[in-house]
Design a protein around this ligand. Structure first.
Ligand SMILES: CC(C)(C)[C@H](NC(=O)Nc1cc(F)cc(F)c1)C(=O)N(CC(=O)NO)CC1CCCC1
Ligand SMILES: [Zn+2]
Length: 185
């Protein structure tokens, strides 16, 4: 069972590498790891389990956040149609995206970052992602709103990018001028 001690913190090299593509079909051990990552998110969103094991409620977790140099992540959130949605994406790549951008008005955080970093993180409002699922089948997902934000946050991790790399250095609350950007809420 993954708990907070298994989640590596910023400053650890594995969070700054471009993670390796996972061999398809997945080895049993890779399937296990990915299922454990999704189980962490489920446990962390269950108040009694989260309290019992002192888990930080999370909506996304990338393999390198648990020390694995593998291009895969899990996510769990309520989508725009108010449905509980879970993804386990292997070798994901954004194949197209909207011009419009969005951001979380409260800014972003990270399970690997134990400090508040203020500022807006501009993300594409809509993205189309190609990936493999846990059974090695090629899949394509369209994500928008919060789902789009989480997916971009996790794919950034797989490329060694932290959310604060995307905050404007001079003025953290400055938004890009050249595009239409709105707060998610
Ligand atoms: C960093 C932290 C504040 C813990 C953030 N919390 C979060 O997303 N909580 C949450 C969201 C829900 F939709 C439902 C719910 F039950 C709990 C999070 O998990 N992440 C994931 C992360 O660090 N992945 O590497 C950071 C978010 C910032 C933008 C998207 C994900
Ligand atoms: Zn993160």
């Amino acid at each position: 069972m993954i708990t907070m001690k298994d989640i590596v913190k910023e400053g650890t090299d594995v969070l700054r590498i471009k993670t390796k593509e996972v061999d398809i079909p997945l080895l049993e051990e890779d399937k296990e790891a990915l299922l454990c990552m999704l189980q962490y998110l489920k446990n962390s969103q269950d108040p009694s389990i989260a309290r019992k094991y002192k888990l930080r409620p999370g909506s996304g977790l990338s393999a390198n956040q648990i020390g694995l140099d593998k291009r895969m992540f899990a996510s769990l959130f309520v989508n725009e149609r108010n449905e509980d949605t879970e993804y386990m994406m292997i070798n994901p790549r954004i194949v197209s995206h909207s011009v419009n951008m969005i951001y979380l008005p409260e800014g972003e955080g990270c399970l690997s970052v134990d400090r508040d970093v203020k500022g807006y993180v501009p993300r594409y409002e809509r993205i189309k992602v190609k990936a493999y699922d846990i059974n090695g089948k090629e899949v394509e997902y369209k994500l928008k709103g919060y789902g789009s934000i989480v997916t971009q946050h996790e794919i950034d991790h797989l490329n060694g990018i932290m959310f604060y790399d995307r905050i404007n250095k001079d003025n953290p609350f400055k938004l890009p001028e050249n595009v239409e950007i709105r707060s998610l809420y």
